[in-house]
Design a protein around this ligand. Sequence first.
Ligand SMILES: [Zn+2]
Length: 267
Amino acid sequence: MKIEALPSPNFNDRKHPIDMLVLHYTGMETGQAALDRMRDAEAGVSAHYMLWEDGRVVQLVGEDKRAWHAGVSRWQGDEDLNSRSIGIEIVNGGHDWPLAGNVLPPYPDAQIDALIELCAGILERWHIPGSRIVGHSDIAPMRKQDPGEHFPWDRLAGAGIGLWPHSDTAVTANRTENARLEKELDLIGRGLSRGDTGQSVGRMQAMLADIGYDLPQSEKYDEQTAACVQAFQLRWAQDRVSGEADLATLQRISIVEDLYRRALDEA
Ligand SMILES: [Zn+2]
């Protein structure tokens, strides 16, 4: 694939081997504004790649160098994710630049096709487990919402990029999972929400932490818990982004935890 080199001064040396991929949206009015910012030494931010809406790819930082895109973030117990990851900024206005009617600007097919090709190349060059291909919101849930609930994680997973439960697994699991979860979590058919306390909340927190979210088992449904639930929904339950763990969200958390646990066991 053709990649245009437009170097950024904003990078330094890695302190860890590469084993993560972090996807972002630019969240600015235009791609040009994002590109200019990432090449401005004063701004102190960058990414390895930026992807235009029409699928053109720009490389700002060499893959062997540490780009500055993740900020304060954690995943599966790791910190300094800039040192561990390759970061891709996908041009999209996101939540700050919605279309008329407060609709999130869609990711064009040409852009996603190019993203898949770019990611496939990265996965050939580096050993990056599926469970470590994440969105910025996954690793900084209190601060970030990108790449957003309009990002097609399922399409990427269909192309071998990241983990996604097979729909037949999800449907089968839904029937049995519902009963099992209600029993296990003592949910009495209502799910969990902000302000709840107790073992059910602790169990949900443990499942989210098993996937990789930075969440202590406080047994309190506090703001950090709500942020992690919302980050989970942005990716895995995109039709119900609220930070509230209704039964459908809890089922989904359980299914994804199972998927990640099996992937981690195999690794
Ligand atoms: Zn981001």
